[in-house]
Design a protein around this ligand. Structure first.
Ligand code: THU
Length: 164
């Protein structure tokens, strides 16, 4: 029997002022779009902002639906739109924030499993890791790669194409 130990590097900041100017701007964009979420069922609003290598910031919020599973998380709304509009442009960083009726959550919000899989695909697609900022009122967590959020991930290895 062998044992594998996985480690994840997470930087923790107490204040957004410790981050770079572009990262602070990205967090402000995520906050702004969070307010525009369509979340009448959960009343849990999420905002995501994606900074692209060309300097553009793409934002997205969660979009709910009366048929619950038809809704989409903020992270996928933002990332799918960014990848749709700029299919050749890698992502540099992403910020995610959430609020409920009491305002921005105290602790950093972490993306759901399905979103982690999508965030990883973008990293693999452009062969470039990007920073992810998980924002809370009392602290901000930063990982340098989506792989840190999804160890033992499914990366499509073994998927057979028609010519294989
Ligand atoms: N939600 C997100 O937008 N991102 C996540 O990573 C987790 C959950 C949304 C989905 C739903 O609209 C609401 O938050 C409550 O689950």
């Amino acid at each position: 029997m062998k044992q594998l130990n996985l480690t994840t590097q997470i930087e923790v900041y107490e204040n957004s002022k410790e981050l770079s100017q572009p990262e602070q701007l990205l967090i402000d964009s995520a906050k702004e779009v969070c307010l525009k979420a369509y979340a009448p069922y959960s009343e849990f609003k999420v905002g995501a902002a994606v900074l692209l290598k060309n300097g553009k910031i793409i934002t997205g919020s969660n979009q709910e639906n009366a048929a619950y599973p038809s809704g989409l998380c903020a992270e996928r709304t933002a990332m799918f739109y960014a990848n749709t509009q700029y299919p050749e442009t890698p992502v540099v960083s992403m910020a995610i924030i959430a609020m409920n009726k009491n305002g921005i959550l105290e602790n950093p919000v972490a993306p759901c499993g399905a979103c982690r899989q999508v965030l990883l695909e973008t990293e693999l697609r452009f062969k470039q890791a990007y920073n992810i900022l998980l924002v809370g009122k009392s602290s901000i967590q930063k990982v340098k790669s989506s792989k840190d959020l999804l160890p033992l991930s499914f990366v499509g290895e073994g998927l057979l194409k028609s010519e294989d």
